[in-house]
Design a protein around this ligand. Sequence first.
Ligand code: ARG
Length: 585
Amino acid sequence: MTSILEQLKDSVSNALIAAFGAEMADKDPLVASTSNPKFGDYQSNVALSLAKPLKQNPRAIAQLIIDHLQIEDMCETPTIAGPGFINFMLKSDYVGNLLQEIQPDERLGIAQVESADKVIVDFSSPNIAKEMHVGHLRSTIIGDAIARILEFRGYDVLRLNHVGDWGTQFGMLIAYLREAYPKALTTADALDIGDLVSLYKKAKVRFDEDEEFKQTARQEVVNLQAGAEDSLHAWKLLCDQSRREFQVIYDLLDIKLDERGESFYNPFLGDIVSELKETGLLEKSEGAMCVFLDGFTNKDGDPLPLIVQKSDGGFNYATTDLAAIKYRVKEDKATRIIYVTDSGQANHFAGVFQVARKAGILPEDVEVVHVPFGLVQGKDGKRLKTRSGATVKLKDLLDEAVIHARNDLETRFKDYGREETPEFIDRAAQVIGLSAVKYADLSQNRTSDYVFDFQKMLDLKGNTAPYLLYAYVRPQGVSRKGDINFSQLDSNTKILLTENTELALGKSILQLEEVIKEVESTLLPNRICLYLFELSQKFNQFYEQCDILNAEEPQKTSRLILADLTARTIKLGLSLLGIEVLERM
Ligand code: ARG
């Protein structure tokens, strides 16, 4: 379906051409949905923007546009407000017809892109032998939502887990394990990730203190990079161990990822450096090979370098990312590459993108975007940690969310004297707890820091997962109570939007498409959350004001269809965020 917004934009564009000539063809019609129903459903500011170039009064321009508009079937006659805004109010018949049209469609009329371009979403990407931390949790949740949205739109999405599985830290770790815990290098499952993390820390201490150990560790890296059998074997064991731990989290959160870690690009790193040399971008500075960046300077105003090869010959995080871009462009044929990491890596990516463009590794027509996000904080506004001050383990955090959800459910059921089976409670607690964590993260503008607060995220009121899940459950309750099969409602029924709450709800249902398209370019999933929240509020107003089951036909079926469409819209919207629904709660 062409969204209402797109149809309006087209109509205004046509009116501009009809009123002012063909040179208006490229003019943005500046139509947007309004947040205040006082201004109608949509508004255009185009008349204001034309006042200067056309040397005319904006209200007069607005009137001319309206005179040339052909939208009688969509809108009431547009009105002019203030200095020259054009306000559009959708006709209820038009809204009703569109709802009827999308009712039989599983995708609710939401269009797919014409060509399934390849898009890479690089997300989650924890580091081997280190604990997956809350930053990786954010990347996982946000990256997965972005991937789901783009998949739904029909892109060919490759979900890549760029795990940190290569580099000097492995030399250090293997060298340390050789002396302290040799079994770990030959036997699977000799260690769990907790052990690995603490051994890693000890190895780091040795590395910083002991010159001889440092040499041994360096030699280990050389062995590993040269493909020495026993070093590779040890490295693989360490990776497997971490991978199993990460997988627990991915399974819990229903995250699908293809692992292509840093090690994958190892064979290409040397070529990247040679390529940079050929383009003349490479410079030697203090023994390191680097490219000096435009627009990035240190305190003294000197240009900052992107180091691609250290003085000891080792390659960097940035070198790997350059090799990854090359591979993703040439082999994967990506047209858009999206990186989801904390904002702390913004400069890293800006530098890498700049060098990749200059070196011709990244062609003009391939878009690269860093999708940054803020920190996760505790209620005290500081970095999230456990009561004892230790870093929070992700598994514990998710388990705790489920426990909180279970407590809430049990209290509520007890208050209402509801008897539910343990299986029902288990599953409901699991869905609510995990959704709450995902939704709390996604509903914030990702660029800001966010406060992790179980109580708030599980609140039944407010912009939370439980509120939305509940709005989904209500129509299901209607269907059970009235013994109605939503999938068998007569799709020839005209949708009647006589009450204000019906019309407002109907309009809201039709907006999902424009919201999805917006997120496709802004990559801000919180927009979908806000939309679903508003839709749920409108549904609740409708539900309180309009009797569904006791209404006379044809109003009854019309209202049932509205309730079903709302539920399906919520379910679809939540599925794009990686959130499941419950039929009862
Ligand atoms: N492993 C990195 C980290 O934990 C994130 C990797 C992001 N992706 C990339 N292509 N650099 O910070």
